[in-house]
Design a protein around this ligand. Structure first.
Ligand SMILES: Cc1cc2nc3c(=O)[nH]c(=O)nc-3n(C[C@H](O)[C@H](O)[C@H](O)COP(=O)(O)OP(=O)(O)OC[C@H]3O[C@@H](n4cnc5c(N)ncnc54)[C@H](O)[C@@H]3O)c2cc1C
Length: 322
């Protein structure tokens, strides 16, 4: 492994400053970063660790009755937090579904949403389009786990479970850089491969996600997370569904339906959301919404099964609320 400098930042400002030099990489829990460095998926000259910044850790009440989650809060802490479990069940379930207990104890929620894609060409010894090459090898290669939505010029899928839940909850991220902080909605955080293949989100190299803000969970909010993976031990989602239904008097006032494992970022099933809004949920509506969630899917040679998986997973998730 290539030698690199190591800085343990004593403040967010120091971390942002250190991250300004070329080849600097931010380290939180390190469960993804160190693998990427070891496997030479990314280059590195300096690792800047924010792991000692305790101010970035913990879950507390947010403005107007919402919740703040510090970006260094571990995934285990998110999964076990009673308020998250009671008011934001979709996030608690997504956190429980991440990886293994050891990885949940070490990995942070900030690192979970910023982790790099798991595409085997990107992670492997291939000079693929995402690493500056000319081809996305998934287009004609082994593409059973790749994108059915939003693919091209690269077909990687976003790997995070918690990001899908946070998108459904319409969370916001507080981001700090050398010039101060800004707030970005989850829906605006990720970028399309066509915008910039070298990164997955709007972060500049010297910007740090410091906090996640959840809006107040009003009464009538019903949420769930369902993850389908190839095996029941730790594994990434082949497909996942995060639902957040705002109900009023037995009717769905507003639906938020996001899919994981099928696109380059948490994929909004807008047609399903539109269909559900204003209606009373029953089996026929759940089936129709499942079908609507597949609208716009464009499978590759080996992943058409994901279209059926999305349809079934959305339908099943909705049926649990009937
Ligand atoms: C075997 C295995 C199985 C896994 N299975 C799953 C799974 O099923 N579901 C799932 O969701 N994940 C899974 N993961 C991913 C794992 O959850 C992530 O590695 C972990 O959440 C990353 O958190 P971290 O704190 O260790 O991040 P790090 O490894 O420290 O960082 C990850 C990336 O995010 C950046 N980063 C970290 N924190 C911030 C921040 N605050 N602001 C800006 N950038 C930041 C880093 O620079 C780096 O690029 C798996 C990982 C492994 C190794």
């Amino acid at each position: 492994m290539k030698n690199f400098a190591y800085v343990k930042a004593r403040s967010i400002e120091e971390a942002a400053r250190e991250l300004g030099s070329p080849g600097a990489r931010l380290h939180a829990g390190g469960t993804d970063l160190l693998g990427c460095i070891h496997d030479e998926v990314i280059g590195v000259d300096k690792v800047v660790s924010i792991s000692g910044l305790t101010a970035l850790r913990g879950i507390s009440p947010g403005p107007g009755g919402g919740l703040r989650i510090g970006s260094l809060t571990t995934i285990s802490e998110v999964a076990a937090n009673p308020t998250v479990g009671r008011d934001y069940a979709v996030l608690a379930q997504a956190a429980r579904d991440v990886a293994s207990p050891q990885l949940r104890n070490q990995g942070t929620i900030g690192g979970n949403i910023c982790q790099r894609p798991r595409c085997w060409y990107f992670r492997g010894d291939f000079h693929c389009a995402k690493k500056g090459g000319e081809l996305c090898y998934a287009m004609d290669g082994e593409n059973q786990y790749h994108a059915i939505f939003g693919g091209g010029p690269s077909f990687y899928v976003h790997p995070s479970d918690t990001a899908v839940a946070l998108a459904a909850l319409q969370a916001q991220l507080v981001i700090q850089g050398p010039g101060g902080s800004r707030t970005v909605k989850m829906g605006d955080f990720f970028i399309e491969p066509i915008q910039d293949l070298t990164k997955e989100n709007v972060l500049a190299p010297n910007e740090i996600v410091t906090e996640i803000q959840l809006p107040p969970a009003g009464s009538g909010l019903r949420t769930s997370y369902r993850k389908i993976r190839a095996r029941q031990a730790w594994d990434f989602a082949m497909t996942s569904v995060a639902l957040a239904l705002q109900t009023e008097g037995g009717r769905i006032a507003r639906a938020s339906v996001f899919l994981g494992g099928v696109g380059p970022f948490p994929w909004r099933a807008a047609a399903a959301e539109k269909l559900l809004a204003g209606k009373t949920l029953d089996a026929a509506l759940a089936a129709a919404a499942g079908k609507a969630a597949t609208e716009g899917a464009s499978p590759l040679r080996e992943n058409a099964y994901k279209v059926d998986m999305v349809r079934g997973a959305v339908e099943e998730s909705l049926l649990a609320f009937v």
